[in-house]
Design a protein around this ligand. Structure first.
Ligand SMILES: [Zn+2]
Length: 348
């Protein structure tokens, strides 16, 4: 008769539990190490945007992390994106329910003097771009301009209908002296098999709190912000539609770079050609290089295992030198107001 000794069972259980515990400890330590191993921003030696004396009607931009950008000409403010509440990495991994942080948003609107806001325009509708657009619109009289998916985020936040504009692509929208055009583009193909992570649309008003996955990308845009002083193209996500910007001429490009390292050098070159070479931009300011799971105001590169922007920066330098030798790359500083469109430097 088969007899299993009680001690043998106990020994087996202890051994299994010990092995599992060891694996969990080693695995957690490995993940923690991978997430803490970040390249340093100081490895990139691009100069800040050139400083110059500007008139009273100068256009300024203030980078508020990821791709949130405040354009201001002294009369009118246009905000690209609205991402002030920062869900943590754990919130993202576990798809936690999150909501706008009212105290945080009030503080930021005051600190960065968002008092003349005419429009809030997300590059697409993921949480790291559009999470707080409703809460910001409700604290101002600004219009939210974007896709039908973006409009559902606004409706869910209770933004009045007359502050919501569903954008027609390739159409000019005027806010003071700014003329804004949304051109259809692609999201960076960084999901499984080159897809858009959390792609698709939001088809009913999005009420908060909502899980991270509830913010669907909707349409992704290239946003052209024209002003009598100059023109800037904002590309939040590193996707592109070849040929789509052939008729567009700009001075500066705010170039979304998250995910380029994983997409490869060849992709990065095609992206540069579509966004920078074709538009004739003279200054390129990368955005979306910072870890979007860090608190507002904390600028660190993402973990090396997810996206190594220092490697991407080397490619961008090489590609610039190959195709657009008189174009310059500049690094934006968080929260610092930059006067755009310096007069052309005299020929050397
Ligand atoms: Zn996105």
């Amino acid at each position: 008769m088969l007899s299993i000794n009680r001690d043998q069972v106990t020994n087996w259980a202890i051994r299994t539990a010990t092995t599992l515990a060891a694996l969990i400890i080693v695995g957690s330590a490995l993940i923690a190490w991978l997430l803490h191993d970040r390249p340093s921003l100081s490895a990139i030696d691009w100069p800040p945007y050139p400083k110059f004396e500007a008139g009273v009607d100068a256009v300024t931009v203030t980078w508020l992390g990821v791709t949130t950008l405040l354009f201001d000409d002294g009369e009118t403010q246009v905000l690209i994106d609205g991402f002030f509440s920062r869900p943590s990495l754990a919130d993202i991994i576990f798809n936690a329910k999150v909501e706008s942080n009212a105290a945080h948003i009030n503080y930021i609107l005051d600190e960065y003097q968002l008092r003349r806001l005419a429009a809030i325009i997300p590059v697409h509708s993921h949480f790291d771009h559009a999470m707080d657009i409703g809460a910001i619109a409700n604290r101002s009289s600004a219009s939210i301009l974007g896709s039908e998916t973006t409009a559902q985020i606004a409706r869910g936040a209770g933004v009045p209908a007359d502050q919501i504009i569903v954008a027609e692509s390739d159409t000019e929208y005027v806010f003071g002296d700014f003329t804004v055009t949304l051109i259809d583009s692609y999201h960076a193909p960084i999901g499984w098999g080159g897809s858009t992570p959390y792609g698709g649309t939001i088809d009913a008003p999005l009420e908060l709190p909502a899980p991270i996955s509830a913010w669907r990308a909707g349409k992704s845009y290239s946003i052209v912000i024209a002003h009598p002083q100059g023109t800037t193209l904002v590309q939040g996500s590193a996707g592109f539609l070849a040929g789509k910007l052939d008729a567009v001429v700009v001075d500066d490009v705010m170039l979304g770079v998250w995910g380029l390292e994983g997409l490869g050098r060849e992709y990065t070159e095609q992206y540069w050609l579509a966004l920078v070479t074709s538009t004739g931009a003279k200054r390129v300011l990368p955005i979306h290089f910072d870890d979007y799971t860090r608190p507002f105001g904390t600028i660190e590169l993402g973990p090396r295992v997810l996206d190594n922007f220092v490697d991407t920066a080397v490619w961008l330098d090489e590609i610039r030198a190959t195709w657009d030798n008189d174009t310059r790359l500049h690094l934006l500083e968080f929260g610092t107001r930059v006067v755009l469109y310096p007069p052309a430097a005299p020929d050397a």
